[in-house]
Design a protein around this ligand. Structure first.
Ligand SMILES: C[S@@+](CC[C@H](N)C(=O)[O-])C[C@H]1O[C@@H](n2cnc3c(N)ncnc32)[C@H](O)[C@@H]1O
Length: 241
Protein backbone atom coordinates (compact mmCIF):
# COMPACT_ATOMS: atom_id res chain seq x y z
CA UNK A 1 0.00 0.00 0.00
CA UNK A 2 1.20 3.49 -0.73
CA UNK A 3 1.87 6.01 2.03
CA UNK A 4 0.00 9.21 2.74
CA UNK A 5 1.20 12.78 2.58
CA UNK A 6 0.25 15.11 5.44
CA UNK A 7 0.67 18.85 5.72
CA UNK A 8 0.71 19.43 9.47
CA UNK A 9 0.16 22.83 11.09
CA UNK A 10 2.46 22.98 14.12
CA UNK A 11 1.34 26.37 15.47
CA UNK A 12 3.42 29.54 15.65
CA UNK A 13 6.07 28.62 18.22
CA UNK A 14 4.96 27.13 21.50
CA UNK A 15 5.05 23.32 21.15
CA UNK A 16 2.10 23.14 23.57
CA UNK A 17 -0.01 24.71 20.82
CA UNK A 18 0.45 21.69 18.59
CA UNK A 19 -2.86 19.83 18.44
CA UNK A 20 -3.21 16.23 19.59
CA UNK A 21 -3.96 15.26 16.01
CA UNK A 22 -0.88 17.02 14.67
CA UNK A 23 1.25 15.23 17.27
CA UNK A 24 -0.27 11.86 16.39
CA UNK A 25 0.19 12.31 12.65
CA UNK A 26 3.79 13.42 13.11
CA UNK A 27 4.43 10.40 15.36
CA UNK A 28 2.93 8.06 12.79
CA UNK A 29 4.84 9.52 9.83
CA UNK A 30 8.18 7.84 9.20
CA UNK A 31 9.45 10.70 7.04
CA UNK A 32 9.37 14.42 7.83
CA UNK A 33 10.02 16.82 4.99
CA UNK A 34 10.82 20.01 6.86
CA UNK A 35 10.76 23.42 5.20
CA UNK A 36 13.81 25.65 5.62
CA UNK A 37 13.72 29.26 4.45
CA UNK A 38 17.50 29.62 4.40
CA UNK A 39 20.13 27.31 3.04
CA UNK A 40 21.59 26.68 6.51
CA UNK A 41 19.07 23.89 7.14
CA UNK A 42 17.44 25.60 10.13
CA UNK A 43 13.72 25.00 10.34
CA UNK A 44 11.45 26.62 12.91
CA UNK A 45 8.68 24.15 12.06
CA UNK A 46 11.07 21.30 12.88
CA UNK A 47 12.06 22.91 16.20
CA UNK A 48 8.40 23.26 17.16
CA UNK A 49 7.56 19.69 16.09
CA UNK A 50 10.53 18.26 18.02
CA UNK A 51 9.37 20.17 21.10
CA UNK A 52 6.16 18.14 21.10
CA UNK A 53 6.94 14.84 19.42
CA UNK A 54 9.85 12.43 19.78
CA UNK A 55 11.68 12.84 16.48
CA UNK A 56 14.27 10.12 17.12
CA UNK A 57 14.15 7.49 14.40
CA UNK A 58 12.44 9.80 11.91
CA UNK A 59 13.92 10.28 8.49
CA UNK A 60 14.17 14.06 8.47
CA UNK A 61 14.71 15.69 5.09
CA UNK A 62 15.32 19.43 5.21
CA UNK A 63 14.11 21.08 2.05
CA UNK A 64 14.85 24.66 1.07
CA UNK A 65 11.84 26.69 -0.06
CA UNK A 66 12.90 30.19 -1.18
CA UNK A 67 11.01 33.08 0.41
CA UNK A 68 10.28 34.65 -2.97
CA UNK A 69 7.10 36.66 -3.43
CA UNK A 70 4.28 34.60 -4.94
CA UNK A 71 1.51 36.40 -6.83
CA UNK A 72 -1.34 33.95 -7.34
CA UNK A 73 -2.61 35.92 -10.35
CA UNK A 74 0.75 35.62 -12.15
CA UNK A 75 2.99 32.81 -13.32
CA UNK A 76 4.63 31.45 -10.12
CA UNK A 77 8.23 32.31 -9.38
CA UNK A 78 10.44 29.75 -11.16
CA UNK A 79 12.78 29.14 -8.22
CA UNK A 80 9.81 28.48 -5.92
CA UNK A 81 8.19 26.25 -8.53
CA UNK A 82 11.41 24.25 -8.81
CA UNK A 83 11.49 23.78 -5.01
CA UNK A 84 7.85 22.56 -5.00
CA UNK A 85 8.59 20.16 -7.84
CA UNK A 86 11.65 18.70 -6.08
CA UNK A 87 9.65 18.35 -2.87
CA UNK A 88 6.81 16.59 -4.72
CA UNK A 89 9.26 14.16 -6.33
CA UNK A 90 10.89 13.39 -2.98
CA UNK A 91 7.52 12.87 -1.29
CA UNK A 92 6.21 10.70 -4.10
CA UNK A 93 9.25 8.39 -3.97
CA UNK A 94 8.70 7.82 -0.24
CA UNK A 95 4.94 7.31 -0.66
CA UNK A 96 5.72 4.67 -3.29
CA UNK A 97 7.76 2.80 -0.65
CA UNK A 98 4.71 2.72 1.61
CA UNK A 99 6.01 5.40 3.99
CA UNK A 100 3.92 8.25 5.35
CA UNK A 101 5.43 11.69 4.82
CA UNK A 102 4.60 14.72 6.98
CA UNK A 103 5.44 18.30 6.13
CA UNK A 104 5.32 20.30 9.38
CA UNK A 105 4.42 23.89 8.61
CA UNK A 106 4.34 26.98 10.80
CA UNK A 107 0.98 28.03 12.20
CA UNK A 108 -2.04 26.87 10.20
CA UNK A 109 -1.55 25.48 6.67
CA UNK A 110 -4.59 27.52 5.56
CA UNK A 111 -2.64 30.77 5.89
CA UNK A 112 0.24 31.62 3.52
CA UNK A 113 1.73 28.15 3.77
CA UNK A 114 4.03 26.40 1.33
CA UNK A 115 2.13 23.22 2.16
CA UNK A 116 -0.68 23.88 -0.31
CA UNK A 117 1.72 24.57 -3.20
CA UNK A 118 3.46 21.27 -2.45
CA UNK A 119 0.12 19.41 -2.33
CA UNK A 120 -0.93 20.89 -5.64
CA UNK A 121 2.41 19.97 -7.24
CA UNK A 122 2.29 16.43 -5.81
CA UNK A 123 -1.26 15.90 -7.09
CA UNK A 124 -0.23 17.17 -10.53
CA UNK A 125 2.67 14.69 -10.51
CA UNK A 126 0.75 11.73 -9.06
CA UNK A 127 -3.01 12.46 -9.12
CA UNK A 128 -3.90 9.39 -7.03
CA UNK A 129 -1.72 10.52 -4.07
CA UNK A 130 -3.52 10.59 -0.74
CA UNK A 131 -3.08 14.05 0.76
CA UNK A 132 -4.39 15.29 4.13
CA UNK A 133 -4.21 18.74 5.70
CA UNK A 134 -4.02 18.97 9.49
CA UNK A 135 -4.96 22.44 10.75
CA UNK A 136 -2.93 24.28 13.37
CA UNK A 137 -3.10 27.34 15.61
CA UNK A 138 -2.40 30.42 13.50
CA UNK A 139 0.06 33.16 14.41
CA UNK A 140 -2.79 35.67 14.35
CA UNK A 141 -4.85 33.58 16.78
CA UNK A 142 -1.87 33.19 19.09
CA UNK A 143 -0.99 36.90 18.77
CA UNK A 144 -4.56 37.86 19.62
CA UNK A 145 -4.39 35.64 22.71
CA UNK A 146 -0.96 36.95 23.78
CA UNK A 147 -2.03 40.59 23.39
CA UNK A 148 -5.48 39.83 24.87
CA UNK A 149 -7.23 41.54 21.98
CA UNK A 150 -10.09 39.81 20.14
CA UNK A 151 -9.85 39.74 16.36
CA UNK A 152 -13.58 40.12 15.77
CA UNK A 153 -16.75 40.18 17.82
CA UNK A 154 -20.44 40.33 16.91
CA UNK A 155 -20.93 41.92 13.50
CA UNK A 156 -17.32 43.02 13.05
CA UNK A 157 -15.17 42.14 10.05
CA UNK A 158 -11.62 40.92 9.95
CA UNK A 159 -9.14 41.48 7.14
CA UNK A 160 -5.83 39.64 6.85
CA UNK A 161 -3.20 41.47 4.81
CA UNK A 162 0.32 40.42 3.79
CA UNK A 163 1.89 43.85 4.38
CA UNK A 164 4.82 43.14 2.09
CA UNK A 165 2.45 43.19 -0.90
CA UNK A 166 0.15 46.01 0.15
CA UNK A 167 2.25 48.96 -0.92
CA UNK A 168 -0.26 51.08 -2.80
CA UNK A 169 -3.54 50.36 -1.10
CA UNK A 170 -2.75 50.64 2.62
CA UNK A 171 -5.13 53.57 2.95
CA UNK A 172 -8.02 51.53 1.51
CA UNK A 173 -7.02 48.56 3.65
CA UNK A 174 -7.17 50.65 6.83
CA UNK A 175 -10.62 51.93 5.93
CA UNK A 176 -12.10 48.58 5.00
CA UNK A 177 -12.53 46.57 8.17
CA UNK A 178 -12.99 46.70 11.94
CA UNK A 179 -9.83 44.70 12.55
CA UNK A 180 -6.89 44.40 10.20
CA UNK A 181 -4.15 41.85 10.81
CA UNK A 182 -0.89 42.52 9.00
CA UNK A 183 1.46 39.59 8.49
CA UNK A 184 4.90 39.81 6.83
CA UNK A 185 4.99 43.26 8.40
CA UNK A 186 8.58 43.70 9.55
CA UNK A 187 9.61 46.04 6.71
CA UNK A 188 6.29 47.87 6.48
CA UNK A 189 6.20 49.78 9.76
CA UNK A 190 7.87 52.88 8.34
CA UNK A 191 4.95 53.17 5.90
CA UNK A 192 2.27 52.01 8.31
CA UNK A 193 3.02 54.13 11.37
CA UNK A 194 2.43 57.55 9.69
CA UNK A 195 -0.78 56.22 8.13
CA UNK A 196 -2.03 54.84 11.43
CA UNK A 197 -1.29 58.24 12.98
CA UNK A 198 -3.27 59.94 10.21
CA UNK A 199 -6.25 57.63 10.86
CA UNK A 200 -5.84 58.14 14.62
CA UNK A 201 -5.28 54.41 15.07
CA UNK A 202 -1.82 54.37 16.62
CA UNK A 203 -3.14 53.45 20.05
CA UNK A 204 -5.25 50.73 18.42
CA UNK A 205 -2.25 48.84 17.05
CA UNK A 206 -0.31 46.06 18.76
CA UNK A 207 2.64 44.24 17.28
CA UNK A 208 3.49 40.74 18.49
CA UNK A 209 6.96 39.45 17.64
CA UNK A 210 7.83 35.72 17.87
CA UNK A 211 4.63 34.79 19.65
CA UNK A 212 4.91 31.67 21.79
CA UNK A 213 8.70 31.67 21.62
CA UNK A 214 11.03 32.26 24.57
CA UNK A 215 11.81 35.82 23.41
CA UNK A 216 8.21 36.85 22.55
CA UNK A 217 7.67 40.62 22.56
CA UNK A 218 4.44 42.61 22.62
CA UNK A 219 4.73 46.23 21.49
CA UNK A 220 1.80 48.53 22.20
CA UNK A 221 3.60 51.75 21.22
CA UNK A 222 4.48 50.89 17.67
CA UNK A 223 5.84 54.34 16.78
CA UNK A 224 8.72 53.55 19.17
CA UNK A 225 9.73 50.53 17.06
CA UNK A 226 9.28 52.13 13.65
CA UNK A 227 12.98 51.79 12.82
CA UNK A 228 13.66 48.65 14.88
CA UNK A 229 14.87 45.59 12.99
CA UNK A 230 11.96 43.28 13.67
CA UNK A 231 11.97 39.52 13.27
CA UNK A 232 10.13 38.06 10.25
CA UNK A 233 7.82 36.39 12.78
CA UNK A 234 5.94 39.61 13.58
CA UNK A 235 2.22 40.19 13.35
CA UNK A 236 0.45 43.53 13.70
CA UNK A 237 -3.15 43.73 14.90
CA UNK A 238 -5.07 46.95 14.35
CA UNK A 239 -8.43 46.81 16.06
CA UNK A 240 -10.50 49.94 15.68
CA UNK A 241 -12.98 49.25 18.48
C1 LIG B 1 4.33 32.67 5.64
S1 LIG B 1 3.33 33.38 6.90
C2 LIG B 1 2.87 31.92 7.77
C3 LIG B 1 1.60 32.08 8.57
C4 LIG B 1 1.21 30.80 9.29
N1 LIG B 1 0.86 29.76 8.35
C5 LIG B 1 0.08 31.01 10.28
O1 LIG B 1 -0.95 30.32 10.20
O2 LIG B 1 0.24 31.85 11.15
C6 LIG B 1 4.56 34.10 7.90
C7 LIG B 1 4.02 35.24 8.72
O3 LIG B 1 3.26 34.73 9.79
C8 LIG B 1 3.43 35.53 10.95
N2 LIG B 1 4.04 34.69 12.00
C9 LIG B 1 4.44 33.41 11.90
N3 LIG B 1 4.92 32.96 13.07
C10 LIG B 1 4.82 33.99 13.94
C11 LIG B 1 5.15 34.15 15.32
N4 LIG B 1 5.67 33.15 16.04
N5 LIG B 1 4.90 35.35 15.90
C12 LIG B 1 4.34 36.36 15.19
N6 LIG B 1 4.01 36.26 13.89
C13 LIG B 1 4.25 35.10 13.27
C14 LIG B 1 4.36 36.68 10.55
O4 LIG B 1 3.56 37.78 10.16
C15 LIG B 1 5.10 36.09 9.38
O5 LIG B 1 5.60 37.12 8.54
Amino acid sequence: MKGRFYVVGVGPGDPELLTLKAARILSESQVWLVPAAGRNGMSTALDIACGAVDCRGKKIITHHFPMNKIYTDREPDREAQHAWQLAAELISSHLDSGLNVALPTLGDPAIYSTGFYVCETLLALVPQSVVKIIPGVSAMGASSAAAQIPLCLGNERLLLVPAVFAEDDLRAVLQSSTTIVFMKVRNALARLVPLLAEFDLLDRAVLVERVGMADQQIYRDISSIMTKKLHYFSTLIVRKK
